[in-house]
Ligand binder design. Structure first.
Ligand SMILES: Nc1ncnc2c1ncn2[C@@H]1O[C@H](COP(=O)(O)OP(=O)(O)O)[C@@H](O)[C@H]1O
Ligand SMILES: [Mg+2]
Length: 280
């Protein structure tokens, strides 16, 4: 009955150490599954390893040790060409710095990943996504003609339009006004309901409340997991994090085995449903 489904992203004992002059441990043993169709908020103080976690999970950065599997494919031992292909086919990333192509228009930026992957862009969905992020009137503009918040919305539209299995977003609503942020968060919940997996770093408890679970990182370790987080529960948790020196190792382990298993069950119904059901 409960056939095991492959998590969209699986991290096992992920560690990242920066040597050289800095000698920093950015990730200190992170194990977690992100089931297909889940929407997870990653939270934690500045410097706790959130961006590093996203970059390693997306195959943009190599962990010092531990393993990453994306849509069931282990990343270890793959060369740059293979990694590029895997990312192109399965991953969309909204960077803190938007990474738009300055010479291309909004429309061209948003449809570029599909073209690079040899797919024909879905014009209707692309138009919908661009309109939903509030840029319907600016499809022919170039990034240089847009504000920072507008550029971020282009980056978000680009990630959503691609319909990748996994969307990683590093503080996607940080530069947006409340109304646009809400629209973007609603879009993220919608694409997760359609079967895409969303992993979003945010500082904002309200943004995190749109996710169906929230992870809290401190010093490169997962110290807490909240299922169905409310803004208040998240804010309380964040307030309590500051004095906590470090996670007890058993907490992360307990979270890993129990928390997400319930989650997988909950999402098994929607996994794999890519489109057609949730465009309401
Ligand atoms: N390229 C790098 N070289 C050295 N240290 C780094 C590098 N990238 C991140 N770090 C360090 O790793 C830790 C985690 O960084 P990061 O993942 O960016 O945290 P967050 O996104 O939670 O603010 C920080 O101490 C940061 O200074
Ligand atoms: Mg960061």
């Amino acid at each position: 009955m409960n056939a095991p489904i492959e998590p969209a992203v699986q991290l096992r004992d992920l560690r990242k150490h920066y040597g050289g002059g800095s000698d920093v441990t950015a990730l200190a043993g992170v194990s977690v599954d992100f089931p297909a169709g889940s929407f997870t908020a990653v939270m934690g103080p500045s410097g706790s390893g959130k961006s590093t976690l996203l970059h390693c999970a997306a195959g943009l950065d190599e962990p010092t040790s531990g393993t990453v599997a994306l849509v069931g494919v282990p990343l270890a031992g793959r060369n740059e060409t293979e990694l590029t292909r895997l990312r192109r086919d399965h991953v969309a990333f909204v960077f803190q710095s938007y990474n738009l192509m300055p010479a291309l228009t909004v429309w061209q930026n948003v449809t570029l990943p599909a073209l690079l992957a040899g797919r024909r862009p879905d014009k209707e969905w692309t138009r919908q996504v661009i309109e939903r992020v509030g840029l319907g009137e600016r499809m022919g503009h170039r990034p240089g003609e847009l504000s920072g918040g507008q550029q971020q919305r282009v980056a978000i539209a680009r990630a959503l339009a691609s319909r990748s299995a996994v969307v990683f977003a590093d503080e996607p609503t940080g530069a947006l006004d409340t109304t646009t942020a809400r629209e973007v968060l609603h879009l993220l919940t919608q694409i997760a309901r359609m079967g895409q997996t969303v992993v979003m770093v945010t500082h904002d408890p309200v943004a995190a409340s749109y996710a169906d679970s929230a992870l809290f990182l401190v010093d490169g370790q997962i110290v807490r997991h909240l299922a169905n987080p409310t803004a208040k529960a998240v804010a309380d948790e964040l307030a309590g994090l500051a004095p906590r020196p470090q996670a007890a190792p058993h907490e992360a382990a307990a979270y890993d085995s129990a928390g997400y298993r319930a989650h997988v069950g909950r999402h098994a119904m929607t996994a794999g449903v890519q489109e057609g059901t949730a465009r309401r």
